[in-house]
Design a protein around this ligand. Structure first.
Ligand code: NAP
Length: 249
């Protein structure tokens, strides 16, 4: 029996990177995983690999997110865990030059996408007095970075939204937290490096942690051992957290 045996888990942005690794880690722990992303082929292949359910969905579309969660619940039962992980770094541009449509699209995905997940998951979790919702945050939620106006603003908004959700749903027994993973070796960091625009883009590829680390952190955050962090954001950069999860000695 794994730590998540029988639990129903939805992961947004599961087609690659942190989300795909989280799907593998949660499935290995016994969870029934619903995989959401726009790349239908990638999530279908991963669903076949881990025994999950793929639902192609754009998190910027509130109705699509609600329908996707309903589809997972119809197949597997009531939702126990939602991982709001889907995100984009684009547009990388100075505010003075950014394309308003591209800027708004970042907010639609990185901020409103998190709202759409919370909006769809919370009513059932509040009614059942149980459940965990983790939003993948970023150091960019708390630090201004050149060229990342949209990303920083959206991630700051999502981090605050997660705290508001804790205030509103925490008393009903819903566990709500954020995870700031540090820099992770995914396609997003490849795009960041290619931009050359700020200190993060100068980091050598081997400076990043593997996607398996935030995936394992997310699994640990679903355990009672992480209860003291309800309503907070956990920073995976911190050695005390890495040690606690068993990522380092
Ligand atoms: P990634 O490899 O680029 O993966 C991003 C995932 O988000 C993909 O599965 C993508 O799937 C999905 N996604 C993007 N837009 C979407 C949309 N509109 N609807 C549904 N899914 C969408 O990036 P990653 O590094 O794994 O990032 C995962 C999360 O970690 C993001 O929230 C990111 O901001 C955060 N993060 C990453 C780092 C890092 O260093 N990598 C650091 C801090 C925070 P589709 O394209 O198939 O839709």
């Amino acid at each position: 029996m794994g730590a998540m045996t029988g639990k129903v888990v939805v992961i947004t942005g599961a087609s690659r990177g942190i989300g795909a690794e989280a799907a593998r880690v949660f499935a290995a722990a016994g969870a029934r995983v619903g995989l959401l992303a726009r790349d239908a082929g990638a999530i279908a292949a991963l669903a076949a690999e881990v025994g999950g359910l793929a639902v192609a969905c754009d998190v910027a579309d509130a109705g699509a997110v609600a329908a996707a969660l309903a589809q997972v619940e119809a197949a597997f039962g009531p939702l126990d865990v939602l991982i709001n992980n889907a995100g984009v770094i684009e547009p990388i541009a100075h505010i003075a030059e950014a394309d308003p449509e591209a800027w708004g699209r970042d907010i639609d995905i990185n901020l409103k996408g998190v709202f759409h997940g919370l909006r769809a998951a919370l009513p059932g979790m509040i009614a059942r007095h149980s459940g965990t919702i983790i939003t993948v945050s970023s150091g960019a939620a708390h630090n201004p970075l050149e060229g990342w106006g949209a990303y920083c603003a959206a991630k700051a908004g999502a981090a605050m939204l997660s705290r508001v959700a804790h205030v509103e749903a925490g008393p009903a027994g819903v566990r709500i937290m954020g995870l700031s993973p540090g820099t992770v070796a995914t396609g997003m960091q490849v795009k960041i490096r290619a931009s050359g625009i700020n200190p993060i883009s100068q980091l050598a590829p081997d400076a990043h942690i593997p996607a398996d680390w935030p995936a394992r952190a997310l699994l640990w955050m679903c355990s009672a051992d992480a209860d003291e962090f309800r309503g907070q954001e956990i920073a995976l950069r911190e050695d005390r957290i890495r040690r606690r999860i068993g990522l380092i000695a």
